[in-house]
Design a protein around this ligand. Sequence first.
Ligand code: NAD
Length: 518
Amino acid sequence: MTTLPSTQNPADGSPLTPVEATDVAALPKMVERARAAQKQWSSQSLPARVEAARALARALLAGREAATALLSEETGRGPTECLMSELVGAVDFADAAVRAAKKALAPERIKLSAVNYPGKRAVVELLPRGVIAIIAPWNYPLGNFMKSLFPALLSGNAVILKPSEHTPRSGAWLAEIAGQVFPKDLVQVVQGGGDVASALLDAEIDAVVFTGSVSTGRKVAVRCAEKLIPCSVELGGKDAAIVLGDADLERTSMGVAQWGLHNAGQNCAAIERVYVEESIADDFVARLGKIADALRVAPGDSPTELGPLQNEAQLKIVEAHVADALERGATLVAGGKPTGTGLGYRPTVLDRCTHQMRVMTEETFGPVIAIQRVKDADEAVRLANDSRYGLNGSVWTRDVERGEALARQLEVGISLVNNHAITGILAETPWTGVKDTGTGVASSRHAYSTFTRPHTVFVDRSSKPDPWWFPANEDLATLGDTLVARASGSFGALFKLAGLAGKRVKAIQELARRAATS
Ligand code: NAD
C-alpha cells in the first residue's frame, strides 16, 4: 500500500488521517462496473438526468460543513473561504450547466434539399462517450471537478474522479455524495499520484479531462493520442492585467489584488503580471502594496483571507521566483517572505519587474503580483502577449470601448475589461486558453466534444432507386447538367433542352424521375 503525500495541514502542520493509493490492479474492474452503470444511466431521459444533477448540487450544499472541514484541512484555507469559493455556487452552477446541456444535446435536424434528396431525412444527435476520467490538480479540490462532472453526467456518461495526491479527501467526499444521488458505480474515485493516473488512462476509459501542469498535460495528450481517445487538457497560466492611465485606481487596485492573491495565487487564472502605464504607476503600486500588507493569512489571523501554499514544492517555487526578481533589480513593495507558520507566505507585490525575471515569464502559482511599468497601451499589449501561456487577460480603464478593443488583442481564451477570471464560475461560458495553456475547453456547450460523439441517423422513405444509382443513362447526364445549372443559376436553356415545362424544382424532379426509371 502506498500512502499519499497529503499527511499534514499546510497551515499549521497538524497531522491528517493518511489516505492510501488505489491498487492499480483494481482499475480495470472499476471501469467495467462504471461502464455497466453508464449503460443504464444513458438510457434515462435528459429530464431525469437533469433532476439528478440538481439533486447533486443540493446534496453538496447540504453537506457543506463536512466538505469545508475537509477542504480546509487539506488546503489550509479558512472554512469560510472554502465555502465561498468552492460550494456556495453549486446550485446556480448546476442550473447553468443544465441550460448549456439542453442546448448542446438537442438533436439537430439536417435540412435536406427535396430536389437532391427526395424522401430522405437526417438527424445528428450527441451520444455519451462512455466512461470519462477526470484528473484534477490540488488548487481547488472540489471546484476543479465541478466544471466537468456536471456536463459529463448530463450527457449520459459514467465518471471516474482522480483527485490530486495532495488533496485526496475532498474528491473522495464528492464521489461519496454523488454515490447517494446517482446509480451505484456511476461516479467512482481513484486515489494516487502519476502512476495511478497513467494506469487509469490505460484502463479502457473513453475520454479524459485533465487539468494540471503543462508537463503532465503533454504526457496525457500523447497517451490519449496513442489510444485514440479524446482528451481535454487545461494547463498552466501566467495571466496579465493591463492598467491604463485612466483606470479607476481604487477599484482597479482592489480587483487586481483579489484576482492576484485569491487562494494565495494558486489559481490558473491568477493575475501574475501587471503592466501599468507610467503616469499612474506610483499611485497604483502604493495602493496595491497597502492592500497586500493588510491581508490576513492563515493560521493566526482571523478571519483569514488567504491560506498558505498547499505544498512545500509550491512554496519553494514562490521563494525562488521572488529571490530571482529581487536579485535582478525588482523593488519589494509588500510581503516577500514566509509567514513563519506552516506553508504560509506573505502576500507579495514586486515593482519594476522585467521579462528577464522568472516572475514575469514562468508560472509562479503563489501570492505574488509582479508589476512592470510601461510607456503606453501598445507596449503593454505586446508584453502581455510575450508569454507561452494564454488563459485570461484583462484591461482596466474607464474607457470601456477602448478597453474592449485592447482586450481583444490579447492572445488568450478569455478577454476581460475591468475584471478578471470571473467567468470561471459561469457554467455557460467556455473556460479555455491558447498556447501552452492547452486546447481544453471546460464549461459551456463548447465542452461537449469531450463528453459526447456525434451520431447521424439517416432515413430514406423513397420507393424508387435514387436517380444516380446504376445504370447510367442519358437522362442522368441531363440531370447532372441541370443540377449544375441550378447551382449556378442559369436554367432557361437547359429546360428547353430537356423539353420540360413548369417550375424549376418540378423540372429537376421530373428529370430525376426519368433518370431513375428509364
Ligand atoms: P500536476 O500536473 O502535477 O498534477 C495534476 C494531476 O495530474 C494530479 O492529479 C496528478 O496526480 C496527475 N498526474 C501526474 N502525473 C500524471 C501522468 N503521468 N498521467 C496522468 N496524470 C498524472 O499539476 P498540479 O501541480 O496538481 O496543478 C497545478 C497546475 O494546474 C498549475 O500549472 C495550474 O495552472 C494548473 N491548473 C490549470 C487550470 C486550468 O483550468 N487551465 C485549473 C487549475 C489548475
